[in-house]
Design a protein around this ligand. Structure first.
Ligand code: NCD
Length: 306
């Protein structure tokens, strides 16, 4: 049985296959409409979510399966003190596969050790968010036609942003990847990722504070929100929250073929005036997230459609 805890759980070849499957799903929706008939997906969300929970559910419904679950810890037995391991043992009796989001790093990992169904990590604290990474990879590959030889700008909260951590882990396996890390000093990428992932793999990167300085050299600009819920005090959050605001003026500095991605939700970091720019790809990214999660569910359940 396979789980998805980190994007590295798939080899580059397996990822390639998964993204190919997602593209086939996009082109032939009908062919997959009953592939998961009789199967159930449970969504166990101990933290708020719009896209991740609903896109897993939409993915299973598009495959002809059904869904059950809870969308907050308050409405589950976690509020009575139940452990993650007992919850997953229980859910294993109800569903064929599950997606779990939890504020504690490593909680989905604990779950998969006690589970008799595949567990998908749908975000664990400030650690990883592998299905967002699958979404990001499919988006980049679909828009740019490749995943290698690219300069990727990562902007915003690089300290707490789990989507950034997972995306870096996944991208360093491709040739010719360069990163520009754009953040205020307080929200720099954690040292363990700079050293253990970037330096160890000899990945070129630079760290800058000003977004304007980075824009002209980028193929992809990946914007992120300042992660309010992971700050220790409100004051620091308030000071940081509007550090970056991507607007039309700044977009003038970007190449014609640079795409803007954002895992969403957006707060203030991208002005709504940018939405109509053809390079703004964050809502297309949401759509890719459904196709890639359909491909993921089929892969983890080992269901093949010809
Ligand atoms: C992200 C998350 O939950 O980490 N959202 C998402 O799943 N698309 C990003 C965020 O909350 O800022």
């Amino acid at each position: 049985m396979r789980h998805l805890m980190s994007p590295l759980d798939f080899s580059v070849e397996e990822l390639e296959k998964l993204l190919d499957l997602a593209q086939d799903i996009e082109a032939n929706r009908e062919k997959y409409a009953h592939a998961c008939a009789g199967k159930k997906l449970a969504t166990l969300f101990y933290e708020p979510s719009t896209r991740t929970r609903l896109s897993h559910e939409a993915a299973m419904l598009n495959l002809g399966g059904s869904v059950l679950g809870f969308s907050s810890a308050d409405s589950s037995s976690a509020s009575k003190g139940e452990s993650v391991s007992d919850t997953i043992r229980t859910v294993s009796c109800y569903a064929d596969i599950c997606a779990m989001r939890h504020p504690k790093e490593g909680a989905p990992m604990v779950a998969c050790q006690h589970s008799s169904i595949p567990v998908i990590n749908a975000g664990d604290g400030g650690h990883q968010h592998p299905t967002q990474t699958l979404t990001d990879l499919l988006t980049i590959r679909s828009l740019k036609g490749r995943l290698n030889n690219m300069t990727i700008g990562l902007c915003g909260d690089l300290k707490f942003g789990r989507t950034v951590h997972s995306l870096i882990n996944a991208l360093v396996r491709y040739e010719g990847i360069r990163f520009v890390l754009i953040s205020p000093e307080e929200l720099r990428l954690p040292e363990y990722i700079r050293h253990d992932v970037l330096d160890k793999n000899q990945i070129p990167y630079e760290e800058v504070v000003r977004l304007e300085d980075a824009m002209p050299s980028l193929d992809i600009l990946y914007m992120t929100r300042v992660q309010k819920e992971r700050f220790f005090n409100e004051e620091d959050y308030v000071r940081m929250k509007d550090f970056y605001i991507l607007d039309k003026e700044k977009m003038k500095l970007a190449p014609e073929d640079m795409y803007v991605l954002h895992p969403l939700p957006r707060v203030n970091e991208i002005s709504v005036e940018v939405d109509s720019d053809p390079r703004a790809a964050y809502f297309r990214q949401v759509q890719y997230g459904v196709y890639v999660r359909m491909a993921l569910i089929l892969t983890l359940l080992d269901i093949h459609v010809d």
